[in-house]
Design a protein around this ligand. Structure first.
Ligand SMILES: Nc1ncnc2c1ncn2[C@@H]1O[C@H](COP(=O)(O)OP(=O)(O)OP(=O)(O)O)[C@@H](O)[C@H]1O
Ligand SMILES: [Mg+2]
Length: 230
């Protein structure tokens, strides 16, 4: 049987102030799947995805491509899991967009020229090549999201994790993102409140509530079972 690329068993996480954000999450992502993570504000979705590349370490077991997410494996895990954070300000830090997007591939050991070529290709994929010379902190919110996505694509990860990727995107940019993601072969986790976006891309959905996965099925089934639409 095909092995999952992400396999999470009984994950629990408590913030230092005592908030139990994850209360026994089981989750599997298989090659080629796109899974939407739905659920109310504060249900633990972001906390969950931040575990997948070891930014948070809760109790339980997480395997990424068969490797436990533990300190010695973090470099390898982070090469496999490309993550676009809910707050993309945390992701952009170099003087120009191009350098920023090239940072990941450079860090993976590519030559400067190869890293820049990857960065240009990734910026093109997200429709952001025209801002290559700009300072990341001068970008609009939607532009920052798309550049952050380019930064992740430039590293050719095996798994893409996008936390609220459509926030701040205008309708053409959202359509562009759907097209871009459809064309990418990676397994994907999309954390989203945007049901049309989930419908357009996800092969499956799970619903988080109070730190647990309380429903799973097709996007339609999950949306209907939780009356989860505006
Ligand atoms: N640094 C923190 N310290 C304490 N509690 C936190 C912290 N960050 C998040 N929480 C709490 O953990 C719970 C889960 O938060 P999380 O951000 O994972 O939710 P979410 O499902 O991503 O919500 P949203 O849809 O609003 O993005 C919430 O109750 C939140 O208040
Ligand atoms: Mg969140």
């Amino acid at each position: 049987m095909t092995q999952p690329v992400v396999d999470v068993r009984n994950l629990r996480y408590q913030y230092p102030d005592g908030t139990v954000a994850l209360d026994g999450v089981d989750f599997q992502l298989y090659p080629g799947e796109t899974v939407a993570l739905l659920g109310p504000n504060g249900s633990g979705k972001t906390t969950f995805v931040l575990h997948l590349n070891g930014l948070f370490q809760g109790e339980g077991e997480i395997l990424v491509c068969g490797m436990p997410v533990t300190k010695p494996n973090l470099t390898a895990i982070r090469a496999k899991v490309g993550m676009v954070f809910q707050d993309s300000d945390e992701q952009l830090f170099l003087p120009t967009v191009l350098e920023d997007v090239a940072f990941g591939p450079r860090n993976q050991g590519l030559t400067p020229a190869a890293a820049i070529a990857r960065a240009r290709a990734a910026l093109q994929q997200t429709g952001m090549e025209h801002v290559a010379a700009k300072a990341p902190y001068h970008l609009s919110a939607g532009e920052k999201r798309r550049v952050a996505l380019a930064g992740v694509l430039a590293m050719s990860p095996e798994i893409l994790v996008l936390d609220e990727p459509t926030t701040f995107l205008d309708p053409p940019a959202e359509r562009g993102l759907v097209q871009c993601l459809t064309s990418l072969p990676q397994a994907k986790i999309l954390v989203t409140h945007d049901i049309p976006f989930a419908r357009a891309l996800a092969t499956r959905a799970v619903f988080f509530e109070k730190g647990k996965v309380v429903a799973a099925g097709s996007v339609e089934e999950v949306v209907r079972s939780h009356d989860w639409e505006i």
